[in-house]
Design a protein around this ligand. Structure first.
Ligand SMILES: NC(=O)c1ccc[n+]([C@@H]2O[C@H](COP(=O)([O-])OP(=O)(O)OC[C@H]3O[C@@H](n4cnc5c(N)ncnc54)[C@H](O)[C@@H]3O)[C@@H](O)[C@H]2O)c1
Length: 415
C-alpha cells in the first residue's frame, strides 16, 4: 500500500514511520522545507522518533513540500496543526489550506482521513466541501473518515499499535476502508457511527484531563492556605480501589493539546447556545497556576528575607512535561516571565532544552547553576534529575511536582 501523510510533526512523523515500518511505501507532505530536508538526510526532529528508525526505512519513507506526491497514494492521512487564533477561537487555517491543496490532486478511489484534533462537524462541514471542490463526491468517488490521534509524546508503555484507534466515517464503506488501513498499524480499532462522535470523543478525553487537573490544582491552592500536604491527600484518596482516578497537581497545563482543545469544544457549543462551564472553568483554574507558582516562589524567598528583585532564580525543567523538549504553552515559561517582571535574575537547567532565546538564556550545567542560585524551582522534573542533590546544594528549593516527597529539609517548600 502507498500511504500519504500530510503534516510531519509530533503526530504525522510517528504515523508515517509506523506505516513504513510495516513495509508500506509512505510519502509525507510537509509545509516546512527544513523538515523535508531533515527526513531526506534520515534525521529526526521529533524526540520520540530516533533517527536510526527513520534511516532504517529511508527506502520507503520520503517527504516533499508538494501535494503532487499524493496522487499515487491509496490513503492520505492529515495531521496538520489545529491551533487557536489570538482571540482563542479555532484556527482552521492549516486544515483549510491542506484540504484545498489536497483537492487539487485528489483522485477517484482514494481514502482521506483527518487525524487533527478538532470540533465535531469539521470533517463533514469543512473538509468534505473543500475536497469536493475537486469535482469528486464524498462516499461515491472517494472515502472520507476521521480518526483522532492519541499519541502521548514521551510515553513508551502504549504505542500507536497498542492504543485502540477510534474511527468514524462518512459512510459504511468509508468506515470499512479506514478500518482496513488502520488495521495495518493498530491492533484494535474502535468504530463509531460517524465522524462527529469520533471528533467529540477526542475532545472528551482531553477535557476530562483538563477538568481533573484543574480540580486537583484548585485543591493544591486550598491546601497551601490550610497547611495540608496536597500530595498526602492525593496519595490517600488514590488508595480507593474504585470510583477515583488519580491526577497530580502541578504548575499548570502545557503542550499543544490540553490548553487548546477545550476551546474548540466551547466555541462549537456556542453555536448551539449551550454553555460549557466545566470546560471553561477548568481552563481558567489551570491558567491561574503559573501566577500562583510565581507568587509561591516570592513568598518562599520573602520568608528568608529576600526580595524577588535581584534574587537568582534557577528553574529546573522548562519543557511542558518530563521526557520531552516541547515548550509549547509550557507553564515554566509563564512562571519565568512573571518572575522576570518582578526583577528576578533567571537561569535554567533542562537536559531537553538547550536554550530559551526569549530570555537570552542557555541551559546551565546543574552543579554550576545550583552553586550560585538563591532558589531552585522544580517546574518539570525530567527523569534523572538528582532531587536529593538539588535539596542538598540549593539554599532554597521550591518543588511544584512533588518529586521531593519523602525528603524533609528546612530549605524545602512543596506545592
Ligand atoms: N502533539 C500531540 O501530542 C498530539 C496528540 C494528539 C493529537 N494531536 C493533534 O494532531 C494535530 C497535529 O499536531 P502536532 O503536534 O503533530 O503538530 P505539529 O505542529 O508538530 O505538526 C504539524 C505539521 O504540519 C505542518 N503543516 C502545517 N500546515 C501544513 C500544510 N498546509 N500542509 C502540509 N503540512 C503542513 C507543520 O509544518 C508541522 O510540521 C493537531 O490537531 C493536534 O491537536 C497532537
Amino acid at each position: 500500500m502507498k500511504v500519504g501523510v500530510v503534516g510531519l510533526g509530533y503526530v504525522g512523523l510517528p504515523l508515517a514511520l509506523a506505516f513504513a515500518e510495516e513495509g508500506h511505501e509512505v510519502v509525507g507532505v510537509e509545509a516546512d522545507p527544513r523538515k523535508v530536508a531533515a527526513i531526506a538526510r534520515g534525521e529526526s526532529y521529533i524526540e520520540d522518533v530516533p533517527s536510526g528508525r527513520l534511516a532504517a526505512v529511508s527506502e520507503r519513507l520520503s517527504a516533499a513540500t508538494s501535494y503532487e506526491e499524493l496522487v499515487a497514494c491509496e490513503a492520505v492521512l492529515i495531521a496538520v496543526p489545529t491551533p487557536l487564533t489570538r482571540n482563542r477561537e479555532p484556527d482552521l487555517g492549516p486544515l483549510v489550506s491542506s484540504g484545498t491543496a489536497l483537492a487539487g490532486v485528489l483522485r477517484e478511489g482514494q481514502l482521506v482521513v483527518l487525524e487533527s484534533t478538532t470540533y465535531p462537524g469539521t470533517t463533514r462541514e469543512r473538509l468534505a466541501p473543500l475536497l469536493e471542490d475537486s469535482g469528486l463526491a464524498t462516499g461515491r468517488d472517494f472515502n472520507l473518515a476521521y480518526s483522532p490521534e492519541r499519541v502521548d509524546p514521551g510515553r513508551t508503555d502504549f504505542t500507536l499499535r497498542t492504543t485502540p484507534k477510534i474511527v468514524g466515517a462518512m459512510t459504511p464503506a468509508c468506515l470499512d476502508r479506514a478500518m482496513a488501513v488502520y488495521g495495518r498499524v493498530c491492533d484494535e480499532i474502535v468504530p463509531v457511527s460517524g465522524p462527529e462522535p469520533a471528533e467529540l470523543a477526542k475532545l472528551l478525553e482531553n477535557v476530562f484531563r483538563s477538568v481533573n487537573i484543574a480540580l486537583v490544582n484548585e485543591l493544591a491552592m486550598l491546601c497551601d492556605r490550610m497547611g495540608i500536604d496536597v500530595w498526602e491527600v492525593v496519595e490517600a484518596a488514590s488508595s480507593k480501589p474504585y470510583g477515583f482516578m488519580r491526577f497530580d497537581p502541578g504548575p499548570g497545563m502545557g503542550g499543544h493539546c490540553l490548553p487548546v482543545d477545550p476551546f474548540y469544544l466551547s466555541w462549537k457549543a456556542r453555536e448551539y447556545g449551550q454553555p460549557t462551564e466545566f470546560v471553561e472553568l477548568a481552563g481558567e483554574v489551570n491558567q491561574r497556576m503559573p501566577e500562583f507558582c510565581a507568587e509561591r516562589v516570592a513568598r518562599a524567598l520573602n520568608d528568608l528575607s529576600k526580595p524577588v528583585r535581584g534574587s537568582r532564580v534557577l528553574v529546573l525543567g522548562v519543557a511542558y512535561k518530563p521526557g520531552v523538549g516541547d515548550l509549547r504553552e509550557s507553564p515554566a515559561i509563564k512562571i519565568m516571565g512573571l518572575l522576570a517582571k518582578s526583577g528576578a535574575d533567571l537561569s535554567f537547567h533542562d537536559d531537553h532544552v538547550p536554550e530559551l532565546p526569549e530570555f537570552g538564556l542557555h541551559s546551565e550545567p546543574l552543579d554550576v547553576a545550583l552553586g550560585s542560585a538563591d532558589v531552585a524551582v522544580i517546574v518539570t522534573a525530567h527523569s534523572g534529575l538528582d532531587v536529593e542533590a538539588v535539596v542538598r546544594s540549593a539554599p532554597l528549593v521550591v518543588d511544584f511536582r512533588g518529586v521531593t516527597r519523602g525528603i524533609e529539609a528546612p530549605n524545602l517548600v512543596r506545592l
